[in-house]
Design a protein around this ligand. Structure first.
Ligand code: BES
Ligand code: ZN
Length: 638
């Protein structure tokens, strides 16, 4: 990269700030290349679209899935609305698309439209500028994707269940543009229809009403009648079967996974019922779960009507199903009320993490909810220690051209603890009512933090001035660290474990399986995290022999034990480590292990060898991060 970084300062005048008494902050803008001053003039700096002039409304997506060449080919027809009557062009986002032909749908005399590429950027892709047809008719874009499309992963049969290939999309945050030309900003919502053609014994499912009948000649039709932002458009194609498990829920998964998933996620219907009670009706009809192959880079993705879920939470005991609570919660916070900009990501993820905890409380009880809160709080403090001050603020004033930079423990857990605190101030009943009204008032809209603080001021702070002040809200949003008026979560279960670890380390207690007999996954995780970072070979052996840690199949417990094993060079666990890293592609679980391996010079070769073997199965989102940790030499591994 030959871009010269430099810094400018801007005053960010957030509309609504003045009323809600939050002072506008000075914003540091890191300019990574010369196109960025322009970025800040666009309505969404992470999109080239000018939806303030012409806004897309509906998509008709027609794509054929070609596993051999790893491309989607076909066309999309776009309905749009002029916001500015004088507007004569439509601005779309694309990334690595081959555009073949652009025509006006109704203009039979002169259907061909003039188009060109405008601005471009390594991360944002290329702006596509199309001259609008005179008659305002819909625009048809014929195109195909490229095998390297950042929003798609193509898996060979051997990388899935050995019988059929698999394709899945991951559009959040700005990857929809790599498989559909559209306005790729969460500020714009569209409805869509889709016709997907497949030529093998595979089945497509979309973030839409999934017609569960077999498509005639491999042609499947879908419809998404609710307007959603582009990052929620999703597809998966593979050897996918389905099983209805309750009134609103079906499991979609590979045939060999569907039974285990049906057991693991059996609480989903109860989760929906609990959330509806607090926050109003579920507005999306069906809520299905698609269990992805293990290379899915995230825990979950809240694609509407059909959340995408990693198989690594199938623990056998439902102990990791908070992930389902999380993705379901997005049906309110995120999918119904959406962050208008990626800088406001905490409106999606912080709210969702709070609602997740309320669902877990309702379905699994307070004990588990508080244990998860305590684990999250400890992890939040640890990660904040590593973050620069601006990134510790819920409103991160440092501009980044990469929207992924707006997702951190701060976005999720500090956001969640902010809402926890608001709830504690006014009481659960009042706060539930407040959020219920919020989802109603802003339903199917995309909003900024300023709109939320205005709503908060009007509906809570002004009503309970003795309990919450906008000054305190300002501390939560604009100060680093945790406010000193926040009381962190604690649990007596974890205190007991801390005492036990201390007693063991000072030789006052012997490790036996008796002490851990009734431990939940959350207690195991706390136990492993409470151990000192340096352990002797004897201690490691004793832990392993007593608790069979190397054999654990629970992906979270295994992860924490493998981390300890790497940090202490406990070689007995290396075999398991190799299997783990080659079978799983979820970034949260594999990245810390590669980082730990690279932090030990003696283990760098091991890291490189494992990565060379595993890399082909990882998603582009994973490889782009792990390449920078382990290094990647294309000549060796490809
Ligand atoms: N929407 C996110 C996943 C995401 C975030 C994708 C940013 C792309 C960019 C999803 O809801 C999520 O938060 N997943 C978490 C789940 C966890 C916090 C329970 C994950 O994947 O780890
Ligand atoms: Zn989320």
């Amino acid at each position: 990269m030959n871009q010269i970084p430099f810094i400018v300062f801007l005053i960010l005048m957030l509309p609504g700030c003045q009323n809600s008494q939050i002072k506008p902050k000075e914003t540091t803008v890191i300019i990574a290349d010369s196109s960025q001053p322009a970025a800040l003039k666009r309505p969404d700096p992470h999109s080239y679209s000018r939806h303030d002039r012409v806004k897309i409304k509906h998509l008709d997506i027609n794509l054929e899935v070609d596993f051999k060449d790893k491309v989607l080919a076909g066309f999309v027809t776009i309905d749009y609305e002029k916001i500015k009557p004088e507007a004569s062009q439509l601005f779309l986002d694309t990334r690595d698309l081959k555009i073949k032909r652009i025509t006006a749908v109704n203009d039979s005399n002169n259907p061909k439209l003039i188009w060109r590429y405008g601005q471009s950027h390594e991360l944002l892709g290329k702006q596509l500028i199309i001259d609008l047809p005179d008659d305002g008719s819909a625009i048809k874009i014929q195109y195909q994707t490229m095998p390297k499309a950042s929003g798609l992963q193509w898996l060979s049969p051997s990388q899935t269940n050995g019988k059929q290939p698999y394709l899945f999309s991951q559009s959040q945050a700005i990857h929809a543009r790599s498989w559909i030309p559209l306005q790729d900003t969460p500020a714009v919502r569209v409805t869509y229809d889709a016709t997907i053609t497949v030529d093998r014994a595979v089945k497509p499912v979309l973030s839409a009403d999934n017609n569960q009948q077999k498509g005639v000649d491999g042609v499947y039709k879908f419809s998404m009648p609710q307007a959603i932002p582009s990052y929620l458009i999703a597809i998966a194609v593979g050897d996918i079967t389905h099983q209805k498990i309750s009134e609103h829920v079906s499991i979609f998964a590979a045939p060999d996974v569907v039974e285990a998933a049906a057991y693991e996620f059996s609480e989903t219907e109860n989760m929906i019922t609990a959330t509806e009670k607090y926050y109003g009706s579920y507005r999306w009809g069906q809520y299905d779960l698609l269990i992805l192959p293990p290379s899915f880079p995230f825990g979950g993705m809240e694609n509407p009507k059909l959340s995408h879920i990693t198989p690594t939470v199938i623990a056998g005991d439902r102990s990791l199903d908070s992930l389902i609570a999380h993705e379901l919660a997005h049906s309110w916070s995120g999918n119904l009320v959406t962050n208008a900009l990626w800088q406001d990501a905490w409106l999606n993820e912080g709210f969702t993490t709070y609602i997740e905890s309320r669902i877990v409380d309702a379905v699994h009880g307070k004990e588990r909810m508080v244990m998860e809160a305590t684990l999250a709080y400890e992890a939040l403090l640890n990660s904040m220690q590593e973050l620069p001050l601006d990134q510790q603020k819920l409103i991160n004033p440092t501009f980044s051209i990469d929207p992924d930079d707006y997702f951190s423990a701060v976005t999720y857990d500090k956001g969640r603890f902010f809402l926890d605190w608001l709830e504690q101030q006014v009481g659960r009943e009042v706060f539930d009512q407040f959020l219920n009204m919020y989802f109603d008032q802003f339903a199917f809209q995309s909003i900024t933090t300023a709109a939320f603080t205005q709503y908060l001021d009007d509906n809570l702070v002004k009503k309970y001035p003795e309990k919450i002040s906008m000054k305190q809200v300002d501390v939560w949003l604009n100060e680093p660290g945790m406010p000193d008026f926040f009381t962190p979560p604690t649990t007596s279960q974890f205190d007991k474990i801390d005492q036990l670890v201390e007693a063991w380390l000072s030789n006052e207690l012997q490790l036996t399986t008796a002490i851990s007999r009734a431990w939940t996954t959350q207690e195991w995780l706390h136990f492993l995290r409470a151990l000192p970072s340096q352990l002797t070979a004897e201690q490691l052996q004793l832990l392993d022999q007593t608790f069979s840690l190397t054999q654990r199949q629970n992906s979270e417990i295994a992860h924490d034990w493998l981390l300890i094993s790497i940090n202490n060079q406990y070689e007995v666990a290396y075999g398991r480590l190799i299997t783990y890293l080659t079978e799983i592609g979820r970034v949260k679980l594999i990245k810390p292990l590669y980082e730990a391996l690279m932090a030990q010079p003696a283990l760098n070769n091991l890291a490189a060898n494992i990565y060379q073997k595993a890399r082909a199965s990882y998603h582009p989102i994973a490889t782009s991060q792990i390449d920078t940790i382990v290094g990647h030499n294309p000549d060796v591994s490809e």
